[in-house]
Design a protein. Structure first.
Ligand code: ADP
Ligand code: MG
Length: 240
């Protein structure tokens, strides 16, 4: 579903991704962790072309990422993304946030888009919030709206960039529960998160990044219980 071959990226002189090679099978669920500044966000942003890489190959759902604008649009349709700070449109209701993409990008009618929106709002368990504005919702509810909004585009792949790290502790669980359910539907998922409970429950593989490199990858049990590299052990000792 996703293939990265020797991907390198620089921000000016700064070498942010170093020779990243990664294959993600359809339906595979991957958790990416690592210290702040290690390139996790940059890596997943390269997969939906929010960032460009300078060397190597990225192939998403069979298409190699290039600068072709139409192809970038196609990739964005296949790849949904959920950010730390929700990024909902504050001046639109929940329903309007959810129907915008399906109507304008997917060419659905308003009625079709609304039906789809309700279906996904039910999935994330907040159908009753459809007519509110994001500012009237809690952080956990806003993040669930953001997940529903991505799902309304019927993506093949979902990318999550620290979706719970801006939330108050009591709201983390409700968002993780929605993500666990999504994982069980067979969605291909790449999640940057330090939520170990989530990783142990759903991840097929945990990847540890440091200074732009993949240092280690393994099944969650092996990764957390017997990390191989000293850098991984040091990182884990800080987050546990
Ligand atoms: P992480 O998500 O693991 O915290 P990032 O991918 O956000 O790491 O950032 C990796 C490094 O690249 C950091 O040192 C950060 O300061 C730098 N960086 C991120 N975005 C930019 C940018 N647009 N321009 C220059 N440097 C950047
Ligand atoms: Mg980040």
């Amino acid at each position: 579903m996703i293939q990265l071959k020797n991907v390198n990226k620089w921000y000016g002189q700064f070498h942010v991704l170093r020779d990243i090679t990664l294959d993600v099978a359809p339906g595979e669920r991957i958790v990416i962790c690592g210290p702040s500044g290690s390139g996790k966000s940059t890596l997943i942003r390269c997969i939906n072309r929010l960032e460009e890489h300078q060397q190597g190959q990225i192939i998403v759902a069979g298409e190699e990422l290039t600068n072709d604008v139409r192809q970038v649009e196609a990739i964005r349709r296949d790849v949904g993304m959920v950010f730390q700070h929700f990024n909902l449109f504050p001046h639109l209701t929940v329903m309007e946030n959810l129907t915008l993409g399906p109507m304008w990008v997917r060419r659905k009618t308003k009625a079709q888009a609304q039906e789809l929106a309700m279906q996904y709002l039910e999935r994330v368990r907040i159908p009753e919030q459809a007519n509110k504005y994001p500012g009237q919702l809690s952080g956990g509810q806003q993040q669930r709206v953001a997940i529903a909004r991505s799902l309304c585009m019927e993506p093949k792949i979902m990318l999550f960039d620290e979706p719970t790290s801006a939330l108050d502790p009591e709201m983390v669980k409700e968002v993780l529960e929605v993500m666990v359910e999504l994982a069980h539907t067979g969605m291909t998922m790449l999640c940057v998160t330090h939520e170990m409970g989530f990783a142990r429950k759903v991840a097929d593989r945990v990847i540890f990044m440091d200074q732009g490199e993949i240092i280690e990858q393994n099944t969650p049990d092996e990764f957390f219980d017997s990390p191989r590299s000293e850098r991984t052990r040091e990182f884990l000792s800080q987050i546990i």
